[in-house]
Ligand binder design. Sequence first.
Ligand code: ZN
Length: 418
Amino acid sequence: MNKKNLLDRFLRYARIDTQSQEDVESYPSTAKQLDLSRLLLKELKALGVKAAKIDKNGYLVATIPSNLPKTDDAFGKVPILGFVAHVDTSPEVSGAGVKPQVIAYKGGDIPLPGDTTVVIKASENPGLKDNIGKDIVTSDGTTLLGADDKAGVAVIMSLAERLLSDPKIAHGDIKLAFTPDEEVGGGTKFFNIKAFGAQYAYTVDGDKAGELNKETFSADTAVVTVTGRDIHPGSAKDIMINAARVACEIVARTPKGMAPETSEGYQPYMHPYVIEGGVGQAVVKILFRDFKTEGLVALRKRLEDIVADVQALFPKAKIAIKVTESYRNMGPILEKTPLVLETLWEAATRAGVAPSWVPIRGGTDGSRLTEMGLPTPNFWTGGRNFHGKTEWLSIEDMGKSLEAAVHLVQIWVEKSRQ
Ligand SMILES: [Zn+2]
């Protein structure tokens, strides 16, 4: 396995600014994401991939044709597999001018050179100790690193290179997709699964080596709009209705024991993540998250009760709630196609890591793809601390991700021969 090549790919991709942006009408939300997609297209062509293009919505899709001879028992039987990663990085932290640092990790905290107040703490990163004596990658502390998901992009590109250069690796038709706008919830907005043509797919967008994901949250977003009445404070008595005060009252009443910062594992949460406005109008955006889709109904009811109570305190304010669906837990659908899960488990085992199914407290492109009819679990890239300046990447784990992907395509061929 050419690890140097994989790392070079990652570093090359990480330096390109591909930050996506919230609340933008255009698609993709930022044109610069395609800078990376265009580079990937060029690299795929150079590798000899003929069927590769960027479609009108900015999806880079490519096909690596099967190398099975007609005499192979799996010929015509092995399912078409897809590998999916997203090119964008989180809008939360700048992705401009990323300076990746390759560090020989010797243990302890890691102050980052561009801003020494940004420290990757050993106490907050139990995964660091597995990397003592090994190389890891960080940013310089002024930006995120973008291992989410350029590590996944690098793994898939290296997989393509391996499949095209090593005829000993038997595989069926393989489809690759690089999507924009995953971080702003739009990764699959215009994705055409029919045109993609895969029967099963895998997102490469996870965490630590061995961690496999078949369950995500089910997610809705509530927008609470408070309309008040603005007037000069000097003559406001009995007339002014302060929407900002009403909005704060609503946020103050959201359950503190059911928040992202106080919950873990399979626990649900209600997360007021945006509050903005003033006297005349204020808006609160709230995330509902639960692994059980029916749990979202209870979260919504809870918010409605809070709003009813606050409305009674401020009878003249107008308060409206609008809830929209974000994505659904892919677990119940994936369980119906157990082979897509068993093959992934086997691939991790053959790559020499101990696999485990870990619920994702978030969503992936796979949540939507699975719902649309393309079963798509997720596996690790080696990246950690996503969406922050303390993001880091275990080079060893990224290498294991590539090894697992190479095993995975072969396991499907083996299974199809039976
Ligand atoms: Zn991601």
